[in-house]
Design a protein around this ligand. Structure first.
Ligand SMILES: Nc1ncnc2c1ncn2[C@@H]1O[C@H](COP(=O)(O)OP(=O)(O)OP(=O)(O)O)[C@@H](O)[C@H]1O
Ligand SMILES: CCCCCCCCCCCCC/C=C/[C@@H](O)[C@H](CO)NC(C)=O
Ligand SMILES: [Ca+2]
Length: 503
């Protein structure tokens, strides 16, 4: 597309890039900006164009003008305007997992993302990982202050690695002992950008609204920031892992355990193992204790979801700031009541965010909030295969997945779980149970008996212990994202952007 450069003064002198106010034949008001002139009298402007379903495109428009001096003034003015936007990253550290998802991470980065970063004058140091935990370990060594953010190219597992590296590094540098479950963790202000190239890409989908590398790259370029709750998981005063999306015992733990052996299948492994796990229909006995999240305004049965600029998350942010002012980094004694539930469960799912992903577009808990300091604890009790299927199907459509007598959901700030097997026999006897009952179950493949402990699925990684203690840390870290934007019904609005969307 070509446009004539408006006559008159450059945009610095016009309110918020109001090109249209100066020159009516140019209908680009508040929409586009300049990146570089490609010709002394022509200039290419790259900008974000919003499309349907939260997708962002990069578009360009070429301006021309006979007056070279005017061109130069425009270049300078727009450069200055972009320079003023301090939230935009200039230098990024990028980790690429070449084996995530369909093994396309490197290609996706090189073909779709790197060219955009270079258009936006972002310099990068790129590390292609050679083994699991490469990125995490590397983050404990690099000079992190050199960077305005860290980008991971891969799936939820890769994101989890980078998050563990950054949060772990932050606690180490601040002298915080991660093994202490009550330690007040230090917030991590360096933002993480996710370029989706994994199998589920749940964190990306739940924070951006789509799993699309170009959209995510553009959110990084414009310098978006989205705080995120993080749960710490401990066992016997030993730190196990952090979680941002799903902590799942029973159904999702069993899927993960089975699917790990079938990584060669790529993303399909989850469907294969999902179907197999569904057929096995195992339930697990145990005790779950939790502290309800009384500080947050919402409830898991709300009809409204967490969206860009969410007031419930903002309210939690304010409370967090007040609490930090009052207590500093001191250990805050928590006297709040614990509720205890014993039972037989097909699935125990604790989600810090909706956990929306392409397989479950509204997520396991559609009204969960990204940054309210709480998790939604979903307990699916033992029920028939048919009823469980009805619940699972509702995770993929518009119907309410909690509207069943065998499903309970609570908004919590901490919880603990112990399986009956470890309660009865002491923690390391789970193995004995596995051996004893494992044989019994192989003999009766169609049964639904309690064979042994399940495994916790922690953001797509298995945990070594079934007895865990979990605490939600409000807004512990930040992403290059803005949460999911309200769907705009007005077609014209898709072409409306502002200075913040210039590349
Ligand atoms: N070079 C590598 N070789 C082997 N494993 C790696 C390498 N780099 C990273 N990993 C590990 O691979 C695991 C899975 O990667 P990733 O999350 O990117 O893909 P995925 O499991 O297919 O997707 P999802 O997590 O969305 O389901 C991560 O836990 C990460 O630690
Ligand atoms: C009857 C067949 C059921 C098939 C179920 C398929 C799997 C559905 C996926 C929804 C998972 C949403 C939660 C996301 C969890 C991620 O943290 C994790 C790592 O990427 N993914 C999975 C599948 O555990
Ligand atoms: Ca939350």
């Amino acid at each position: 597309m070509e446009r004539q450069l408006p006559a008159g003064r450059p945009p610095r002198l016009v309110s918020s890039l109001g090109l249209g106010q100066r020159c009516s034949e140019v209908t680009l008001d508040q929409e586009r900006g300049l990146l570089a002139w490609r010709h002394p009298r022509r200039g290419g402007v790259y900008y974000v164009k919003k499309a349907r379903n939260h997708r962002w495109w990069c578009r360009d428009v070429t301006f021309w003008c006979v007056d070279e001096n005017l061109c130069n003034q425009w270049t300078q003015a727009l450069k200055e305007l972009l320079e003023m936007q301090k939230c935009r990253p200039k230098r990024l550290l990028v980790y690429i997992n070449p084996y995530g998802g369909k093994r396309q991470g490197k290609r996706i980065y090189e073909q779709k993302v790197a060219p955009l970063f270079s258009l936006a004058s972002i310099s990068t140091d790129v590390v292609i990982t050679e083994h699991a935990n490469h990125a995490k370990d590397n983050l404990f060594e690099v000079n992190i202050n050199k960077y305005d953010g860290v980008v991971c190219v891969g799936g939820d597992g890769m994101f989890s690695e980078v998050m563990h590296g950054l949060i772990g590094r932050m606690q180490k540098d601040s002298g915080i002992d991660q093994n202490n479950p009550k330690a007040p963790l230090v917030q991590c202000n360096i933002r993480i950008g996710i370029i989706p190239a994994g199998s589920t890409d749940c964190v990306c989908y739940s924070t951006v609204g789509i799993s699309d590398p170009v959209t995510s790259a553009l959110h990084i370029i414009v310098g978006d920031s989205q705080p995120l709750d993080v749960s710490s998981v401990h066992h016997n005063n030993t730190f196990l892992k952090y979680s941002v999306s799903l902590l799942g015992y029973g159904f999702y733990g069993d899927i993960l355990k089975d699917s790990e052996k079938k990584r060669w299948m790529g993303p399909m492994r989850y469907d294969y193992s999902g179907f197999k796990t569904f057929l096995s229909h195992h339930y697990y006995e145990g005790t779950i204790s939790f502290q309800p999240a009384k500080h947050t305004l919402g409830s898991p049965r709300d009809k409204d979801s967490c969206r860009t600029g969410c007031y419930i998350c903002k309210e939690s942010e304010q409370q967090l700031a007040e609490q930090q002012k009052k207590c500093g980094l001191k250990n805050e004694e928590d006297e709040e009541e614990w509720k205890v539930i014993k039972g037989k469960f097909l699935a125990i799912n604790a989600v810090n965010m909706s956990c929306a992903c392409p397989r479950s577009p509204k997520g396991l808990s559609p009204a969960a909030h990204l940054a309210d300091g709480s998790a939604d604890l979903i307990l699916v009790r033992k029920c028939s295969r048919f009823d469980f299927l009805r619940h699972l199907v509702r995770n993929t459509n518009q119907n309410d997945q909690f509207d069943f007598s065998f499903v309970d959901v609570y908004r919590v700030k901490s919880f603990q779980f112990t399986s009956k097997l470890s309660e009865d026999n002491g923690s390391n006897v789970a193995d004995i149970g596995k051996k004893r009952f494992g044989q019994f179950c192989r003999d009766h493949p169609a049964c639904c008996c309690n064979i042994a402990d399940s495994t916790w699925n922690c953001d797509g990684e298995t945990l070594d212990s079934s007895a865990i203690e979990v605490r939600v840390h409000c807004q512990l870290m930040k992403l290059f994202a803005r949460g999911i934007e309200e769907n705009c019904k007005d077609e014209a609005a898709y072409s409306h952007s502002s200075i913040e969307h210039l590349l």
